[in-house]
Write a protein that binds this ligand. Structure first.
Ligand code: BG6
Length: 469
């Protein structure tokens, strides 16, 4: 069956800053938060590998970007590493060498016919601002983030017309401070929700600054959408459990960014738990007045929940799972390497939800992808990774997305994660995501995978063949 997208819909890819760039030309005092995670938790990172070299995109972008073009990437979302971009985070003095690097990447993308979209942070909060002020919980750091954003708008706004505040602003508060999975392994909900509110305020303030400096640009939020699915939508208890998970994991950033307000239930529960952050009247006004123009939704897997069956231990620090249990659906399709469910239909559901609940705002699938371990075993005699599983994964997601677009959802693009194999948090180079291989046994040599040719053909034609969904 043939699936197609309207004119103007683009296939692209994402390049996560620190996960690809590496730390060449950075001073030791220019660390970012993921570097701290690795430095303090090295044994937990796959083979001890961290962000120091990553894919070495910093030194190789001039030869990488033409490969992206060959892989059919027409739009490219990447980000500035705040910790590299400034020499002095408090005085907001730009490191000219870093500024030139980002400028050169933008020019190189444009020369290759690829439209750049810039995100201001993929977790690269400068370590100094984390250590001195506790990061986004601090109003001082929020001021410094906005000052940094203004500098970026002034430098690159002549060539970059789509901007995003953060990549997945929920991830660090959730994994580092709420459930303790990542360093510093805290279960400290007060800190987690203070960070979340800080990032909500930064998003609104950066949107306002972007409009002042670049009135013709569009400004957006990139959110992780663990699309929440109840065990049984017809069971009121399961549905109620899913609504609470939604209030805590989907809606805090989506509602504030698009509707200009927090979900009531989220504020009410945090108040009841004695965990409401410093929420001022002027914050509510700021959020209401500075919503975004475009949403980026990163989607990997659904979050399945059911009504609470296990007792909640009141001596534990608060977690939203006080009100729901995770649901392990029998027979679900898995990506065994990452341990994530594969459920492409969510892209249709996300599209219809944005259409009905969020005013059909323009949106983009800003990440979607499949990480696979030991891809070298799939190499053919010519050394090319025969990643048919990735082609099927992309095609099935695109098929569901095209159905949403056909039914009126205003989705304008699909950006694969990722252009290049890169360094994941903790998993490092274990699972490979790229259309372009990074061969770590051969001095990081690059080679297009089979999926790159498929992606190119789909991108050029804006349509593709796949089985009926
Ligand atoms: C997204 C992040 O959540 O998932 C990326 O924006 C990340 O930074 C991607 O790499 C895939 O997850 P992982 O943990 O396999 O790298």
């Amino acid at each position: 069956m043939k699936y197609s997208f309207p004119d103007g819909f683009r296939l692209g890819a994402t390049g996560a800053g620190w996960q690809m760039e590496g730390e060449a030309d950075k001073r030791p005092d220019q660390k970012h938060f993921p570097h701290l995670m690795w430095e303090n938790d090295r044994d937990a990172w796959f083979e001890g590998v961290g962000p120091e070299v990553a894919s070495d995109f910093y030194r190789r972008f001039r030869t990488d970007i033409p490969l992206f073009r060959q892989a059919g990437i027409r739009q490219y979302r990447f980000n500035i590493d705040w910790s590299r971009f400034l020499d002095d985070y408090e005085a907001v003095t730009v490191n000219e060498r870093a500024a030139r690097y980002y400028s050169d990447v933008i020019d190189c993308l444009l020369e290759n016919g690829i439209e750049p979209a810039l995100c201001l942070e993929h977790w690269e909060l400068p370590a100094a601002l984390y250590e001195k002020y506790d990061g986004y919980a601090s109003r001082r750091v929020q001021d410094l983030y906005v000052a940094y954003a203004q500098e970026a708008f002034r430098r690159y706004g002549d060539r970059v017309h789509t901007w995003f505040a953060f990549n997945e602003p929920m991830v660090i508060p959730e994994l580092c401070f709420l459930n303790g999975a990542w360093w510093p392994h805290e279960k400290n909900p007060r800190r987690a929700y203070a960070w979340i509110h800080g990032k909500v305020l930064c998003t609104a303030r950066a949107a306002r600054a972007c409009r002042e400096i670049l009135p013709d640009a569009r400004f957006g939020a990139i959110l992780n959408s663990p699309y929440i699915v109840p065990r049984d939508a017809n069971n009121p208890d399961d549905a109620a459990a899913a609504r609470i998970a939604d209030d805590f994991f989907w809606r805090p950033f989506t509602d504030t960014a698009v509707l200009g307000r927090y979900p009531e239930n989220f504020l009410r529960i945090l108040t009841d738990e004695g965990l409401l952050f410093d929420y001022r009247d002027e914050d509510a006004r700021l959020i209401a007045e500075n919503t975004v123009d475009v949403l980026g939704m990163n989607y990997y897997q659904p979050m399945r929940v059911k009504a609470k069956e296990t007792p909640w231990d009141e001596s534990r620090p608060f977690h939203p799972s006080k009100f729901y249990d995770d649901y392990d659906m029998p027979g679900k399709r898995m990506n065994p390497y990452r341990g994530w469910e594969i459920f492409p239909k969510s892209l249709y559901d996300i599209g219809m939800r944005i259409k009905t609940e969020y005013g059909n705002l323009p949106w983009i699938v800003s990440e979607s992808g499949m990480g696979v371990q030991n891809e070298a075993r799939f190499k053919g005699p010519d050394g090319v990774v025969q990643d048919d599983y990735r082609i099927d994964f992309i095609a099935e997601h695109l098929a569901w997305l095209s159905k949403a677009v056909a039914e009126g959802s205003n989705c304008q693009g699909y950006w694969l994660f990722a252009s290049l194999d890169n360094c994941s948090p903790y998993n490092a180079f274990k699972n490979r995501y790229g259309l372009v291989e990074v061969d770590r046994a051969q001095n990081l040599a690059r080679r297009l995978k089979k999926s790159a040719a498929w992606y190119r053909a789909a991108s050029d034609a804006n349509c593709f063949e796949f089985k009926e969904i």
